[in-house]
Design a protein around this ligand. Structure first.
Ligand code: 13P
Length: 257
């Protein structure tokens, strides 16, 4: 099954509203004819409504980097799915390793957020990945498969694979310049797809998009994209400048693996 590639910018905690506006204004004409690839931009909450307004008539998908699974109430500091949708968000990153490691989100919280996003009609980009210690000690698959299983346990049986995106982001490759080799990325992502077929079914596994994240850059994107099971990228550092993000988008559009 042909899955549409996705190239997603995760700005993390970067850019003022003015900077977000300048970036978006520069990005829009460059992606106007990016066919065959979903371009997504995950902004801080503060610039989300502005970017959503600017991309309204384009195919660019705008999303948040986090939310809480309850819809309203006494949850100081949190933002709900309906609040995100109210300002035009179409997608949300769930369980990024920085949320897990710095803010203590556990597998259960990540799973509940992923299920709630789908239920609300937001596309979740669910992040999974192992630390360097886990990889070195042979515990990579235990960690990653456990994360995936927990998410799928919470996800209703009827959910289509198109409604969910996973991002395999080995923690040791994030922001370090130390990218997983294309073979390692394929190995992990292929196994994740196999696991999804096992715990759900083949249709779901064939339809779900699985991105790679971790020091993806213009000079390594083509080799990573060329891997059969890699459906795109979730990019931090190299997405912050429009010029390099555009190169990543072009590479995803050209890939026919
Ligand atoms: P870098 O591309 O900066 O390594 O970040 C990857 C990431 O965490 C994207 O979510």
């Amino acid at each position: 099954m042909a899955r549409k590639p996705m190239m997603a910018a995760n700005w993390k905690m970067n850019k003022t509203v003015r900077e977000a506006r300048e970036y978006t204004a520069a990005l829009l004409p460059r992606v106007a004819d990016a066919e065959g690839v979903d371009v997504a931009v995950f902004t801080p909450f503060t610039s989300l409504s502005e970017v959503a307004r600017m991309v309204e008539d384009s195919s660019v998908i705008v999303g948040a980097q986090n939310f809480y699974f309850e819809d309203s109430g006494a949850f100081t500091g949190e933002v709900s799915a309906s609040m995100l949708q109210d300002i035009g968000a179409k997608a949300v990153i769930v369980g990024h390793s920085e949320r897990r490691e710095v803010f203590g989100e556990d597998d259960e919280m990540v799973a509940r957020k992923a299920a709630r996003a789908v239920e609300a009609g937001l596309l979740p980009v669910v992040c999974i990945g192992e630390t360097k210690e886990e990889r070195d000690s042979g515990g990579m698959w235990d960690k990653v498969s456990g994360q995936v299983r927990r998410v799928m346990q919470e996800m209703d049986d009827g959910v289509d694979g198109e409604k969910v995106v996973f991002a395999y982001e080995p923690i040791w490759a994030i922001g370090t310049g130390d990218t997983a080799s294309p073979e390692d990325a394929q190995d992990a992502i292929g196994k994740i797809r196999g696991l999804l077929a096992e715990v759900r079914d083949q249709d779901f596994a064939d339809a779900v998009r699985i991105l790679y994240g971790g020091s993806m850059k213009p000079d390594n994107v083509a080799d990573i994209m060329a891997q059969e099971d890699v459906d795109g990228g979730l990019v931090g550092g190299a997405s912050l400048e429009v010029e390099s993000f555009e190169k990543l988008i072009s590479a995803a559009a050209e890939d026919d693996s």
